[in-house]
Design a protein around this ligand. Structure first.
Ligand SMILES: [Zn+2]
Length: 164
């Protein structure tokens, strides 16, 4: 699986709900986790590998990899926190993003079993970041415009350097 990066329009498309979670999703989940580990990331969403389905995987330290299919965020905390984020699709860029500190999510796993989960801290953070990918939203969309423009200019500069 190839991770696509900023500038590729596929990252901006809204992913479709999975209609039937068949046995092939076990293999698909394994491949997504493999790509996540290869990229040294903690979360990876379908659209990041050109797969337009509502699926993402999360693997934070001290936990097993978790698969979320057709997720819904059903609760978010009033408390919001600032935390530094990065993204496998925007390599080399890290910046603070403000998001709720805790969430409740409902989803299905790769075996087609529904589950509800409460998460806070880093786990809530990754889930919210990955969930955004399913709607074509990137973490740089959630920062102040001036900061975003600085980051985009920096990316443009490094891309120009690569072309030269
Ligand atoms: Zn990302």
């Amino acid at each position: 699986m190839q991770i696509i990066t900023l500038g590729n329009e596929l990252l901006r498309q809204k992913a479709h709900p999975v209609k039937n979670i068949g046995p092939e999703y076990i293999t698909l989940a394994e491949e997504l986790v493999k790509a996540l580990h290869a990229g040294n990331g903690i979360g990876l969403a379908g659209p990041q590998v050109g797969l337009h389905e509502r699926i993402f995987v999360v693997h934070v330290q001290g936990d097993n990899p978790r698969i979320f299919i057709n997720p819904s965020i059903i609760e978010t905390s009033q408390e919001i926190v600032k935390f530094e984020e990065g993204c496998l699709s925007i390599p080399g860029i890290y910046t603070d993003v403000i998001r709720p500190n805790a969430i409740k999510i409902q989803a299905w796993n790769e075996q087609g079993r529904p589950f509800t989960m409460e998460a806070s801290g880093i786990m809530a953070r990754v889930i919210l970041h990955e969930y955004d990918h399913l709607d074509g939203i990137l973490f740089i969309d959630r920062i102040p415009e001036q900061k975003r423009n600085r980051i985009l200019a920096k990316i443009e500069k490094s891309m120009a350097k690569q072309r030269a």
